[in-house]
Design a protein around this ligand. Structure first.
Ligand SMILES: [Fe+2]
Ligand SMILES: [Fe+2]
Length: 219
């Protein structure tokens, strides 16, 4: 398959998975049911920090200049999102002085991503797949903010954060369309995307639906 068709089919596969999500499902999954604006913004701080750290960690050991550019941009953008979200939390009366977003350690997805060694896997799992998940999660968060009357938080995401997460995803897509050209590279790309979808906290509840595990009676 040529790289463009291959990437299009991966995108369709992700969209089919996302279409199974209930309207607040990513939020409930990541927050263990504690769906409120402050909790979700604090969890977003952890996601932004992890995304920034990963892009920065990968940058010097990713030899391709076009991939370095994606990672360097992302590293800066995600830390700027961290700052914007911190400011919003301050406006909401939350004191972050002693808040440690990594108090419970890095996420399972971060651990997986950190172990990826090849550039197509990194770009597939990071900018391409993780940023697609971020888009879906953030869209659910924006709808939730509006439903509870927090227009200002909704606007921060609509106007600044969401367009930049989309940009990161599209940069990843563009890279894979250029470089995932052989069966071997496409296999590595597909595996990295599927592992990311399987591990992400936001999609945790989908795994049960997909495999039917929740239907197995516990004796
Ligand atoms: Fe971000
Ligand atoms: Fe991003």
């Amino acid at each position: 398959m040529n790289a463009k068709d291959f990437v299009a089919s991966l995108s369709e596969e992700m969209d089919r998975l996302f279409a199974r999500l209930g309207e607040t499902e990513t939020l409930e999954a990541e927050a263990d049911g504690r769906v409120d604006v402050v909790t979700l913004l604090q969890l977003a701080l952890k996601s932004e920090l992890e995304a920034s750290e990963l892009a920065g960690f990968w940058m010097p050991t990713t030899p391709e200049i076009d991939a370095k550019m994606v990672l360097a941009l992302q590293c800066g953008d995600e830390m700027r999102h961290y700052d914007l979200i911190s400011r919003r939390l301050n406006q909401l009366g939350v004191d972050l002085t002693s808040f440690d977003p990594l108090a419970e350690g890095h996420s399972p997805l971060y651990q997986y991503l950190r172990g990826l060694r090849t550039t197509v896997e990194r770009i597939a799992a990071g900018p391409f797949a993780s940023e697609a998940i971020a888009q879906v999660r953030n869209a659910q968060f924006v709808a939730f903010c509006r439903a509870v009357g927090d227009e200002e938080t909704a606007r921060l995401y609509d106007d600044v954060i969401q367009p930049e997460e989309l940009h990161h995803h599209l940069l990843g897509r563009d890279y894979l369309e250029k470089h995932a050209t052989t069966p071997e590279l496409q296999e590595a790309t597909g595996a990295a995307v599927r592992n990311t979808l399987a591990i992400a906290d936001e999609l945790r509840t989908l795994a049960a639906k997909t495999t039917g595990v929740h239907n197995i009676p516990v004796s």
